[in-house]
Ligand binder design. Structure first.
Ligand code: GLY
Length: 371
């Protein structure tokens, strides 16, 4: 099998497939350096839940339940700590409109049976003393966690290397489709045709651009740009311990603290094609909102500003499994949830590659739903 794309999704499914005894090759000119490199790593099915996307929320819950095992297996196999932190997420509000948005989120949680705790402003500050006195209240979701995506990528690459899975630094020019309409392999930039029994498109927003894919099988994904910042403190001086999300006068922001002193501040959402430039206004808006929530952010070092392309799908859920072209499978369209959904995606694709149906907890991501 050839996996097109070496981000968290492609590497995860390659690893799980190799573990299941399948022969795998991954092709990516810059493995792990696309949106997985930029992602914050929030595992947030609860604070990202919406009533309209309850199936997606269920998939998120099914995947986050797999994360402890996934992380433990990876760490055991490679010795790399992937930074799984299970200390919950605090969503806070800054003004009355933000509080109404929090009320709505609490109602969604009630409706979907998700656990969260409404917090007064003083309870919020008891949980995170660095929060601004302007915070008007919050909601604590103990079941929303985080991992460090860069460590996850490093661990997956190490695991694949140990298992002898080639990760080729080459772009896939086109998918080869035989006269019978079956995918037969991929043409790569190094001039080779790599024959394969199955091809899995796992190239995020680029999945829509791979040539040779029959129109009916082409994944309905589009790039949704996200600008994001990385700040640094001394590991003992990060001013807060849990992921803090907030709405500051209608502007959404999240702050993800790591034990190594990194603080990720994200993220914008913009439909701007494949553009990955970082706008000065985006940096301003993110920092402004972050400092409004946690004034001590002002003292941290700004070490990186980057933009990634989320692979958006028409209903924000991923496209998993059979594409309609025999031998060509999809694992893309994860939009805001690529890191969260990696374990479920990997398990689901291994099932399909083994000739079994998409598992029930991944069925809402069935790629055929738009065909
Ligand atoms: N998962 C958060 C984001 O896409 O910004």
């Amino acid at each position: 099998m050839v996996v097109v794309g070496g981000g968290v999704i492609g590497l995860s499914l390659a690893w799980r497939a190799a573990t299941a005894g399948m022969a795998v090759t991954v092709c990516d000119p810059t493995p792990g350096r696309g949106s997985s490199w930029v992602a914050a790593g929030m595992l947030a099915p609860v604070t990202e839940a919406t009533t309209e996307e309850r199936d997606l929320t269920r998939m998120g819950l099914a995947s986050i339940a797999r994360w402890p095992r996934f992380a433990a297996d990876l760490e055991e196999e490679t010795g790399v700590d992937v930074g799984l932190r299970q200390d919950g997420t605090l969503q806070v509000a800054f003004d009355n409109d933000d509080r109404r948005a929090l009320d709505h989120l609490a109602a969604v949680h009630h409706d979907l049976g998700l656990a969260s705790e409404r917090c007064s402003s003083s309870r919020c500050r008891a949980l995170e003393p660095a929060l601004s006195p302007g915070v008007r209240g919050g909601l604590f979701a103990g079941d929303d966690w985080q991992v460090d995506p860069r460590s996850v990528v490093a661990a997956l690459r190490e695991a694949l290397q140990r298992r002898g899975v080639p990760v080729l630094r080459t772009a896939v020019r086109s998918v080869g489709v035989g006269p019978g309409g079956r995918a037969t392999g991929v043409d790569t930039d190094d001039g080779e045709f790599r024959r394969a029994g199955a091809v899995v498109l796992a190239a995020g927003a680029d999945s829509a651009k791979v040539a040779g894919v029959p129109d009916a099988a082409r994944p309905a994904v589009r790039p949704v740009k996200g600008e994001i910042l990385r700040l640094r403190a001394e590991p003992t001086e990060v001013p807060f311990t849990r992921t803090i999300r907030g709405s500051v006068q209608g502007r959404s922001v999240y702050l993800v603290p790591r034990l190594n002193g990194e603080v990720v501040v994200g993220a914008t959402m913009q439909e701007a094609g494949y553009d990955t430039t970082v706008r000065a206004g985006a940096v301003h808006d993110l920092l402004h909102a972050a400092i409004d929530l946690v004034p001590a952010i002002e003292e941290l070092r700004l070490v990186e500003a980057a933009a990634g392309l989320r692979p958006g799908s028409p209903d924000n859920a991923p496209l998993l499994g059979a594409s309609g072209t025999p031998g060509l499978l999809l694992a893309t369209g994860h939009f805001r949830n690529g890191v969260l959904l990696a374990p479920l995606t990997a398990d689901a694709l291994v099932e399909v590659l083994a000739g079994r149906p998409l598992p029930a907890d991944a069925a809402a991501g069935c790629a055929g739903r738009f065909q």
